[in-house]
Design a binder for this molecule. Structure first.
Ligand SMILES: [Zn+2]
Length: 103
């Protein structure tokens, strides 16, 4: 896993997006610089207990995380975490993962 998530920052207005957009919905610019975001806070969490067509399924935890840059993203959790838990963000083969921030 790579620490942080890739953030596309609009060169027109400075807004950061994850995932990447083709055109900035704020200002219409289509030029980007690459940045990273590494921290956030859990806003909501849900447990996925069933997947259609799967016989073997362990419960999985998915959270809405507000990043330190203000985006709200969906991230996988390795354990259930209560709302307002501070997390660090990771990139696991293109999938956002959030882990409880230590300290
Ligand atoms: Zn923009």
């Amino acid at each position: 896993m790579t620490p942080g998530l890739p953030l596309s920052r609009c060169t027109g207005c400075g807004t950061g997006f994850f995932p990447h957009r083709l055109i900035c919905p704020r200002c219409g610019e289509a030029s980007w610089q690459t940045d990273r975001v590494e921290a956030g806070v859990v806003e909501q969490m849900t447990t996925v207990r069933y997947a259609a067509g799967r016989d073997q399924w362990e419960p999985r935890y998915i959270a809405c995380v507000r990043t330190s840059e203000g985006q709200v993203i969906n991230a996988g959790l390795e354990e259930p975490l209560p709302e307002q838990t501070a997390v660090k963000l990771f990139d696991r083969d293109g999938c956002p993962i959030a882990r409880r921030a230590l300290g």
